[in-house]
Design a protein around this ligand. Sequence first.
Ligand code: CDP
Length: 231
Amino acid sequence: MNKKITIAIDGFSSTGKSTIAKLIAKKYNFIYVDSGAMYRAITFFAKQNNFVGKDFLKKAELISELKNNSLSFQFNKQLGFAEMFLNGQNVEKEIRRLEVSQLVSKVAEISEVRRKLVKEQQEMGEKGGVVMDGRDIGTVVFPNADLKLFMTASADKRATRRYKELIDRGDKVSFKDVLFNVEERDRIDSTREDSPLTKAKDAIEIDNSDMGIQEQFERICTLVDRKLKEI
Ligand code: CDP
């Protein structure tokens, strides 16, 4: 029988959490949930409806519209991972743009948004066999997760990776703006009142500033295998 555990991966922005989470989910046949994509989708909705912008946030309006939004992940066989759908529309490309990254931490501070998304995330992980990445997975969403990881890397390394990703996709961005965004999101995410980004007491920290994907993957597989033997 395929044993099922819950793996929580938290950490700073652009630490490669989703890359590693997808690989782990594939190897162990677990479900991968990108919780950040859900915050990004709500932010995309808020931006489209003019509820959020560089200098404003119409919090009450956004909160009252939350119940009318449905989020779902739909597996794309070709890509090998699930894409984010908002009210039936594939928003995977839009939510990754820097314009959304520049507003998402402001929206993620709203408790009503968090409550809705945390509930949906907990439902997705109910049966176990899940790898979820985000900012509050090991602290709030799954405080009893079997394995908790906390990813860090220098801001410069993270911005370099994200800049390359965006340029490779054809987005026109400057390194300076990407670096600013990475640092600004870390600041807002770590200092917000509701569910700030912190390392859970029982999380294992991995600094991947000078570590390749393969090395991280092997290290994490060792941790997963050890956990699977325990249960
Ligand atoms: O991929 P990257 O590290 O850039 O970010 P993400 O995982 O897509 O998350 C985008 C933003 O959503 C974060 O900067 C947080 O503001 C918010 N977020 C959150 O508050 N809680 C989560 N569990 C996941 C994301």
